[in-house]
Design a binder for this molecule. Structure first.
Ligand code: B4P
Length: 186
């Protein structure tokens, strides 16, 4: 978990490779559907372009279907999900059904100015529709209102690993591995 620009996508791929499990990024799945013009992509695009969350019922069904795929049966890493309380509750049901449990919730902590700088930089290199200054601001607000409070829910369960997300990508990765090394795996 972490605000837009914290490095979730960047770190998720490396961490998932290390554990031999898939990194499931809801943002990536939505973007792939948008670029292919699928019905799911058509539903998601207007929300994403405005910096709003895609409705829970759409997102939850998509994650449920993805977790059901065979490559996720040994375990999985979720990047960008859950982002709302309804998604937390839905995920609890999905995880219970698979017989797994959530081993850890990794939270990346990054200064506000650095977040905006990273996303504006990505706007130049990748041209994502939701990386304009106005939409970035809206995404930060939505994160603060809907997602940040969820960290408290997972903290109460004792599974939160807060990681300093500032500095070089490799240094952040090392901090994540150091934190996960001591977490028992289900
Ligand atoms: P995401 O794709 O998850 O977008 P994001 O929050 O911006 O995170 P991202 O992973 O891209 O950024 P990262 O920090 O890795 O979601 C996009 C949209 O999809 C949402 O706004 C929403 O509309 C929808 N959506 C997704 N999930 C949803 C859900 N569960 N419910 C409802 N709607 C949902 O990287 C940012 C940049 O920083 C990159 O360019 C990277 O190279 C750079 N970077 C990373 N680490 C760095 C470091 N240490 N130093 C310098 N740069 C770094």
């Amino acid at each position: 978990m972490g605000p837009p620009g914290a490095g979730k996508g960047t770190q998720a791929r490396v961490v998932a490779d290390h554990f031999g499990i898939p990194a499931i990024s809801t943002g990536d799945i939505f973007r792939a559907n948008v670029s292919q013009g699928t019905p799911l992509g058509q539903k998601a695009q207007e929300f994403m372009d405005a910096g709003e969350y895609v409705p829970d019922e759409v997102t939850n069904l998509m994650v449920r279907n993805r977790i059901d795929e065979p490559d996720a049966s040994p375990g999985f890493l979720l990047d960008g999900y859950p982002r709302t309380l309804a998604q937390v509750e839905e995920l609890d049901g999905m995880v219970a059904f698979t017989g797994h449990r959530l081993d850890a919730v990794v939270v990346l902590i990054v200064d506000q100015n650095e977040l905006v700088a990273r996303l504006l930089q990505r706007a130049q290199s990748e041209g994502r529709a939701d990386d304009t200054e106005e939409v970035i601001r809206r995404r930060q607000e939505v994160y603060g209102e809907q997602t940040e409070p969820l960290i408290g829910v997972y903290r109460q369960r004792g599974i939160v690993q807060e990681i300093d997300g500032m500095g070089e990508v490799d240094d952040v990765t090392k901090r994540i591995f150091d934190a996960l090394d001591v977490v028992p795996q289900s």
